[in-house]
Write a protein that binds this ligand. Sequence first.
Ligand SMILES: *Cc1c(COP(=O)(O)O)cnc(C)c1O
Length: 462
Amino acid sequence: MKYISTRGQAPELSLEEAMLTGLARDGGLYLPAEIPVLSRDEIAALAGLPYEEIAFRVMWPYVSGSFAGDEFKEIIARAYAGFGHDARAPLKQLNENHFLLELFHGPTLAFKDFAMQLIGQLFQVALKRRGKRVTIVGATSGDTGSAAIEAFRGLDAVDVFILFPHGRVSEVQRRQMTTPADSNVHALAVDGDFDDCQAAVKDMFNDFDFRDRVKLAGVNSINFARVLAQVVYYFSAATSLGAPHRKVSFTVPTGNFGDIFAGYIAKRMGLPIDRLVVATNQNDILHRCLSGQGYFKGDTIPSISPSMDIQVSSNFERALYYAYGEDGRAVAQLMDELKQGGFHVSQGAMEVLRENFDSGRVSEEETLATIKSTLEHSAELVCPHTAVGIKVAEDTRAADVPMVTLATAHPAKFPAAVEQASGVHPPLPSRMSDLYERPERVTRIANDLGAIEDHIKRHIAE
Ligand SMILES: *Cc1c(COP(=O)(O)O)cnc(C)c1O
């Protein structure tokens, strides 16, 4: 399988190369040159299999050129061994035909673990084979940083440095980043805000001397290997509910469009998905776009579902690529217009998007009310992101098609909002109940590129 850029001007790569590269050289995002299709019988055979086996069968066509079969099986086994639930992605029923897909049983209690844990193991094997090591640098406003740290901790081919804004992440989020004791993990509390952290990372990638010297690599949500890992749970959930013999719909709390785009790939692979519903909070650029109002940047408004507080959704570029008939030139043009503020989607492309996606927007008040009503009606305490999904799902779902809402984080990751809404303080799972006692290890650092680069150079293993 070869991987091509959404903007059509970058060299084709293998999965391994695309994964290690991240962003394509023409500024585009990598996609498989063709999306493999599973037959109805192959899909039917997935029902009831262990999650790891489903993962192998769904991802194998994408990775077979880069990894051997047994090797890939071991990678998957190691990736999900640290999850706190045997089903990995269990389904729970909310009412007669609405289900929650719990994606928060990984080490950092959010769905990003599904992709990050796999990518950590893939990196380790790929780098060992090449006799290389890399330095992973990332900026986080909370969740992605801890997921990256948990994925790469203890792996000897990688050093991982995570920049977060000092004093501006929740205590659970900070402790998840500062308590891993492994020597290859480095948490940096930057005197600045999230945008400063992100700008510092971008500047490091543009500082070619530094980039080469420390062998910089990134694992942000545009990495196709991350999207691929998320395709798996659409298959496990849908086949548990009767696919391919009946259709299933999904509602996805959405920020960067990575998670729901994985659902779109699952559909293209032959999984009979009826609707894919984009659920946004008050940062609703995607809902506006899918409602026909064009794709125009606004200001980011902080919300109680902070992992969805985005201005532009980087992975939406991939959906546009297919909506525009795989025309890389058209996508490159749209992305140029986006730099000037935004663009209108052509009528033909809008029709393709509407064939696949619905959308809804949820206010802060509605999010709180949904946390409360879900506890009252279904005895489930849900995180604010999940509540955004549940609300949109209830507003849009058809009575005769099972609806699955993705529960993207554990309520204990967002205790303040959950308690405000429901009066109940969500406890941490017992396997991490000592999080508040573990010693922290963090370097506070000035918002200064030179100081940050210097720190990284001095702390990588050579
Ligand atoms: C990252 C995240 C999202 C948004 O997912 P995207 O793939 O960026 O659309 C939703 N909920 C939680 C809890 C997250 O951490």
